[in-house]
Design a protein around this ligand. Structure first.
Ligand code: PDD
Length: 294
């Protein structure tokens, strides 16, 4: 397995980063996770755009332009002979002396890791997965902008530990005002009186790329969407619940704390439409750049 490290592909066993890297010392860096279907990175432009946005929020200069990043991702996938995969692209502040000052780090560390995508069990999509509402609250958005997809994941990890202790798949965090925010690596949706509800960005969440597409698909399919502030009781009283992210797509939920849910029509429809969107995207991209996939 090869890893792309700075400017070249190296064997995974030789892909080493310095202990002085501020990504390691302070979580000073950013990342993106992408999913590859049939050799095509889904919504690559959107992910790269978000990567650059995260970088600009923390004053980090990504040492590559958009097209070099795309080439590097496809080179890594090809070196590893992967067509159905996930891609993790990390850019950290780089090596520097101990101390927070980012200016002492001269060169960001740029890493692309890829691996085979192991599908989630079919039963997750057919029967749904279980969630809890975590005790830990989502970081205050005024303290740490959730639009920065950063390497600082301790808030999320604390929620994940709660999920594991409760023997469930994911934990939803409320924001400090007590409104539903998001899960450790997912956005959340629920259906109430036929309306698809999801926390608005003002609740202090990442603007998930899957979330945006699902909202668009819902609207295009005549489903009313409401983005806003919702309490956990509104979630408990929903008729359906599902979560979204790049790797899980649209995943139905069968329980939140002690409240059970059936996998409903809206979740099923949006999962189907999402997958159709992926198929269309892959077909289109292969038509645009046939040489890459020959
Ligand atoms: N996580 N919220 C958080 C906190 C996330 O970390 C993610 C993504 C999402 C969903 O975003 P998207 O639809 O763009 O994947 C929401 C990725 C999958 C990860 O951490 O690997």
């Amino acid at each position: 397995m090869f890893v792309y490290l700075n400017n070249k592909l190296v064997l995974a066993s030789e892909a080493k980063v310095s202990v002085f890297d501020h990504g390691f010392l302070y979580g000073d860096g950013i990342y993106e996770t992408m999913r590859v279907y049939d050799g095509v990175v889904f919504m690559l432009d959107e992910h790269i755009q978000r990567l650059f946005r995260s970088a600009s929020f923390i004053g980090l200069d990504i040492p590559k332009n958009i097209s070099d990043i795309k080439i590097a991702i496809y080179e890594t996938l090809q070196a590893n002979k992967l067509t159905n995969a996930y891609v993790r692209l990390t850019v950290s502040r780089g090596e520097g002396p101990i101390g927070l000052d980012p200016d002492f780090c001269k060169e960001p560390t740029f890493v692309i890791m890829t691996n085979e995508f192991k599908s989630y069990p079919k039963s997750y999509y057919e029967d749904g997965i279980k969630l809890i509402i975590a005790n830990v609250r989502r970081n205050l958005k005024e303290a740490l902008n959730p639009q920065i997809k950063s390497l600082n994941f301790l808030n999320n990890i604390l929620a994940k530990i709660e999920a594991k202790q409760a023997d469930v798949y994911e934990a939803i965090m409320l924001n400090v005002e007590g409104f539903i925010a998001e899960g450790t690596i997912i956005n959340i949706f629920f259906v109430k009186d036929g309306i698809l509800c999801t926390p608005s960005l003002e609740c202090g969440i990442l603007d998930g790329i899957t979330r945006a597409l699902v909202i668009d698909l819902a609207v295009r399919n005549g489903i009313e969407v409401r983005e806003g502030e919702f309490t956990k009781d509104e979630l408990y009283n929903a008729s359906e619940v599902f979560i979204t992210n790049t790797t899980m797509e649209v995943m139905p939920v069968c329980r939140v704390d002690d409240k059970g849910f059936k996998v409903g029509e809206v979740s099923r429809l949006l999962l189907k439409k999402y997958r159709q969107e992926v198929t269309g995207y892959v077909y289109e991209k292969k038509g645009e750049h046939p040489s890459i996939w020959e």
